[in-house]
Design a protein around this ligand. Structure first.
Ligand code: SF4
Length: 643
């Protein structure tokens, strides 16, 4: 049996998504002939080539005057320049031609579209700071400066593809809205029945080339996010149209969260099977079935056309036995190191290639009320020994030649990280690593120092809504003061800290939101955190809030009759607050804090700059001079805690 695992478009462009690496490593450890290919980077590189740019130009030329945007016009004007520069720019971003940085950084080499203009003028901060590019160019070295310019250049091209060819196109996600919480398959089916766009046609050709190269009879397509699902179905469509006897299987994070109640026969026109949760055990059972060694009704966590969902409840493969991931077969030198965000912590997500590993399967805490704690990927906590982890690290270094690791755990346990750090130091294994944790008390100054010595360069963790009342309600198990102390211990050890932030949690008031931003401001000002990201709270079907809304003061909308995806649930909060009014202001404040701007401002100014909040303020003007309340957090609270 020849097995091919495929990463469908789009995922991040700087490093392969690790799912196929895990599956391929596992299948090879069990003696199967398994290969992998990344059609996400493959598609991006085809579109961002001379032929790709010429094909984009053909479509731009066919636009009627009214259909043009500023970006498509500029692209058409500078088409010759795009043709000449695209290959050198890609080679530069792949790290193959560093000396080109001089020409790129001169800003006379690459054509500049609207993305450059928006960066020049983004800083409508209250003090009227200089533009991002000015700021950045004072702070960045030549290579980074050129990388940032080349990234804006690619973003301009992605916008042209979106405006002229396929409105669903984006780097890192593609046609996401067709799959995210879509209760029926209708929209996806309609899109899949439409004629190929240039993007579809390119993916079709890439799929045919992969089939011809690997000649698989079993193809595993992994869809981690809604932004990979349309691509996954297009790939499966090509396989079924051209190689109907090839078995296609869909798995991955999207299926695990969204397809748990699926009942849609049309899906099986594309996929023969869909597996849920960790793929190793279901795949072993499926392969035995395909080899006539196991009946259909003995499959594990698998949807089939004939029987709907089959699960004979065999236990998952232990994390320690899931094999060492392998990147063999993936074009490691082709990935693009992009510099979109200039923040030194934030860039880790797009810049540089990281070997991705997990310290453990699942989360040891598994209590947070907004999290999918009822699903296997969180609830089944399974830790391998430090020796197993070190073996995997050594194996990946010898395979890839690269010593950068990203531990993509839900929350890596402090004890395991301590043991790993000691082992790395004892074995003199020099790596750079970063990973996701909870801001546990046990990360004290001593442990943070040890982690830094073992190669830890950055950590990410959830502060969510910086409010002790809401942190308690969401069962996060941390307080704002604890987060301040822990993050300070990390930053004192020279480790960058990124905080996942949230707004719109049930019962969150305008006062909570203002106070939370004030805490965040103080944490930035005190050097505890270096970057962050505000997520809007969503109520998911598998979280405690979704299961027991009455405990959180929300009423869920009546369930839709979902035959396809089901994850996000609409709800009404007793506060009646429209959190969308605050979202843009929170994100803008954070973006500025990450660039060191506006840290001395009253946080209300961010909200009051924002047009929609201004409207609320106008309406409320007679009652109060500010629609947004003054913060109740003392201005030096975090400083005092740290002292
Ligand atoms: S949010 Fe993070 S820490 Fe909380 S249960 Fe989920 S994975 Fe664990």
């Amino acid at each position: 049996m020849h097995i091919l695992s495929i990463i469908p478009p789009m995922t991040q462009l700087n490093t392969p998504y690790p799912s196929t690496a895990y599956l391929t490593g596992f299948l090879r450890s069990r003696g199967f002939k398994a290969e992998q290919t990344d059609l996400s980077i493959g598609l991006a590189l085809k579109l961002l080539s001379v032929e790709g740019v010429q094909a984009i130009h053909q479509q731009v030329s066919a636009l009627r005057p009214k259909q043009h945007t500023v970006g498509t016009r500029l692209f058409a004007e500078h088409f010759d320049s795009y043709c000449t520069t695209i290959s050198p720019a890609i080679r530069f971003l792949q790290g193959r031609d560093p000396s080109l940085a001089h020409r790129i950084a001169s800003r006379r080499y690459l054509p500049e579209g609207p993305r450059f203009a928006s960066r020049e003028h983004y800083s409508d901060t209250p003090q009227g700071e200089g533009g991002t590019l000015d700021w950045a160019f004072g702070a960045l070295g030549l290579q980074d400066r050129a990388k940032h310019i080349a990234t804006l250049y690619l973003n301009d091209l992605a916008d042209v593809i979106r405006d002229a060819i396929d409105p669903r196109f984006e780097f890192v996600r593609y046609a996401e809205s067709l799959a995210a919480s879509q209760p029926t398959f209708d929209q996806l089916q309609m899109a899949l029945s439409a004629p190929h766009t240039l993007v579809d046609a390119t993916l079709h050709a890439l799929t045919l080339a992969a089939l011809s190269r690997y000649q698989p009879n079993l193809v595993l397509i992994t869809a981690p996010f809604p932004g990979n699902v349309y691509g996954a179905f297009r790939i499966a469509q090509t396989i079924k149209q051209t190689h109907p006897s090839t078995i296609t299987v869909l798995g991955g994070g999207y299926c695990n969260t969204e397809l748990r109640g699926m009942n849609e026969p049309r899906v099986f026109d594309y996929f023969d099977f869909i597996t849920l949760d960790a793929g190793e055990r279901p795949l072993l059972a499926l392969i035995e079935h395909l080899q006539n060694k196991r009946p259909l009704d003995r499959l594990v966590r698998t949807y089939t056309r004939e029987r709907q969902f089959v699960d004979c409840k065999e236990p998952a493969i232990a994390f320690a036995e899931s094999g060492t991931p392998t990147y063999a077969g993936l074009p490691l030198d082709d990935y693009l190191s992009l510099l979109d965000m200039l923040n030194p912590m934030h860039r880790l997500w797009s810049d540089g290639r990281w070997n991705k590993l997990t310290v453990a399967h699942g989360c040891y805490w598994k209590k947070c009320s907004f999290c999918d704690v009822n699903l296997d990927y969180i609830s089944r906590y399974d830790l391998a020994t430090t020796d197993v982890l070190i073996d995997r690290i050594e194996s990946l270094i010898s395979e890839t030649g690269q010593t950068g690791f990203h531990f993509v755990d839900e929350a890596a346990p402090p004890k395991a990280l301590k043991s790993l750090a000691n082992a790395l130091l004892q074995r003199k294994l020099d790596i750079s690593w970063w990973g996701n944790i909870r801001f546990e008390k046990s990360f004290d100054a001593g442990l943070c120092q040890l982690l830094a010595e073992s190669g830890c360069i950055a950590i990410t963790g959830g502060l969510e809504v910086a409010s002790d009342r809401l942190l308690k309600l969401m069962k996060k198990g941390v307080s704002v003061e604890q987060v301040a102390r822990v993050t300070r211990a990390f930053s004192d050890a020279g480790i960058l800290v990124h905080a996942y932030l949230m707004y719109g949690f049930p019962t969150q008031t305008a006062q909570d939101t203002v106070d939370a931003l004030e805490y965040v401001r103080q944490l930035f000002a005190a050097g505890c955190i270096h970057s962050g990201f505000f997520h809007r709270f969503t109520c998911t079907a598998h979280s405690p809030v979704g299961k027991h809304p009455e405990l959180y003061g929300v009423t869920l909308s009546p369930p839709l009759h979902a035959t396809f995806a089901n994850n996000d649930i609409n709800f009404t909060d007793i506060t009646g607050i429209d959190h969308d009014l605050f979202g843009a202001a929170l994100k803008k404040a954070l973006y500025n804090y990450m660039h060191g701007i506006g840290l001395d401002l009253d946080v209300r100014e961010w909200f009051e700059q924002h047009a929609s909040v201004r409207r609320v303020r106008k309406r409320a003007h007679r009652r109060a001079p500010h629609a947004v309340p003054r913060t109740t957090v003392p201005p030096n609270l975090i400083e005092r805690v740290l002292a």
